[in-house]
Design a protein around this ligand. Structure first.
Ligand SMILES: [Zn+2]
Ligand SMILES: [Zn+2]
Length: 445
């Protein structure tokens, strides 16, 4: 068994990685350092599958399956969720390696197919419980609700990930560290995540006998629904058998209406990530100490006098006539936002590629800049009155960064991006003034 470091060796391997279809022979490694960064290398396949879904969607339904504002918000959430990795290795792997080093009971062989398959099933079983707890314990749901906050369902939704969930999910995998080598765990924790990308689509309706064993688009659509029959159902990662075994399985029936029970109706990226913590705090303030505690550890629908998970019948009823949040906005602004988004994506990619050569301060500065940019673009998509001022502030910061050569010498490719930012920002300002003039004209006319 040979350990391969570096890029996924071929397109076919890359595609199979997206479906967790690697063999034990090609994905067993002795050392954690030898395990490929499958998730990081999957970016072209994420883009490829999203484009494929868009094209097939247009051909099949005559309309795009994704909107610019919702899709960009989902990709932004995905970007934000990985920012901590600029500063430390993933929590799941770090804590796992600590338990393995200190407390392992047996040492299963890393180069055995049985170990590989046992880990495949073990990671998926633990994921089921990570996911179920994330829905049934309010403080954990505050993190996981991010993934459910889109009212659309397409492959960009898969990337809408939580920033804070990684700080608690690691503990569910620790029992495996008593026997299974970290290098094999490091493979499966990535494959399990990657598998869940392609199931976020409405275009695949039914996969026949596969529906019995595997988590499929049909099953996962139910998981994202806010219809009564969908709440707290289908938690599986790769396998759906856990839901069938533990009584949380539901078959897709009525048309699924996606999103949170109380939709957030915003593209403000920090609000998407953090709003529920504030909501929980406000809810707990009404109660005495026991009920305060229950607010955080019982289900999101729980109220005093109700069962642990609350009464879902009290939630707003789904009528099927719900209209997803998708405010109309002028085409030039759409072009502006998409271009600026691509530029910040480029900067994001550059920081990850060069993080070993950059000082902690530069990485921190770029992290703040990325957060500011994604926030500002969200404000524009929400069409908030403060968007123009925030966007101009962001542009001034970018110009200042360039003026003092703070970033440019370290990240040469950013020099071009910076110039493009400045030019486009001026264009934005001109457009903003133009639309302001038009609206004033309309009001006075
Ligand atoms: Zn979920
Ligand atoms: Zn999902």
């Amino acid at each position: 068994m040979s350990a391969t470091v570096g890029p996924v060796s071929s397109v076919s391997t890359g595609v199979r990685t997206m479906f967790a279809m690697l063999t034990p022979n090609e994905s067993s490694f002795e050392k954690v350092e030898d395990v490929p960064l499958y998730v990081q290398q999957a970016t072209p396949f994420f883009v490829g599958l999203m484009v494929l879904e868009l094209v097939v969607g247009v051909l099949k339904t005559g309309a795009p399956v994704v909107t610019i504002n919702d899709g960009l918000t989902s990709i932004s959430a995905g970007m934000i969720s990985r920012l901590p990795m600029l500063f430390f290795r993933g929590f799941e792997l770090t804590t796992y390696m600590y338990v393995w080093d200190q407390y392992r009971l047996v040492e299963l062989p890393w180069d055995s197919a049985s170990t590989w398959w046992l880990t495949f099933v073990g990671v998926d079983f633990c994921y089921y419980w990570v996911h179920r707890f994330a829905h049934e314990v309010s403080i954990l749901w505050a993190a996981h609700q991010v993934h459910h906050s889109s009212e659309f369902y397409n492959m960009t939704t898969a990337l809408r990930q939580s920033l804070t969930q990684q700080f608690t999910s690691w503990m569910f995998y620790l029992p495996m560290a008593l026997a299974i080598p970290p290098s094999i765990f490091a493979v499966h924790i990535q494959l399990n995540l990657l598998y869940q990308f392609w199931i976020h689509t409405e275009l695949i309706r039914d996969l026949g006998p596969l529906e019995w064993v595997f988590n499929t688009p049909k099953h996962h659509r139910v998981h994202h629904g806010r219809n009564l029959y969908c709440i707290d159902k289908n938690y599986g990662g790769i396998l759906i058998i856990w839901d069938r075994l533990f009584g949380t399985f539901a078959l897709e029936s009525d048309k699924v209406v996606y999103g949170l029970v109380f939709p957030i109706k915003t593209f403000d990226i920090l609000y998407v990530q953090l709003h529920y913590y504030w909501g929980l705090w406000r809810k707990s303030k009404k109660y005495n100490i026991t009920n305060k505690l229950s607010t955080f550890i019982k289900g999101p629908s729980w109220k005093p006098g109700k069962p642990r998970l609350g009464d879902h019948c009290e939630n707003p009823k789904v009528t099927g006539k719900e209209v997803p949040y998708d405010p109309s906005w002028p085409l030039p602004l759409q072009v502006y936002v998409v271009l600026h988004f691509l530029l910040v994506l480029w900067a994001y990619h550059d920081v990850f590629e060069n993080k070993m050569m950059l000082s902690q301060l530069t990485v921190l500065g770029m992290t703040c800049y990325i957060l500011l940019t994604l926030t500002s673009l969200g404000y524009i998509m929400d069409q908030r009155p403060s968007a123009a001022a925030l966007e101009m502030l962001r542009c001034v910061i970018m110009v200042t960064m360039q003026r003092y050569s703070y970033v440019t010498p370290l990240l040469p490719s950013l020099a071009v991006a910076t110039k493009a930012f400045v030019s486009l920002s001026l264009l934005f300002w001109a457009l903003h003034c133009f639309t302001q003039l038009l609206s004033i004209k309309r009001k006075t006319g």
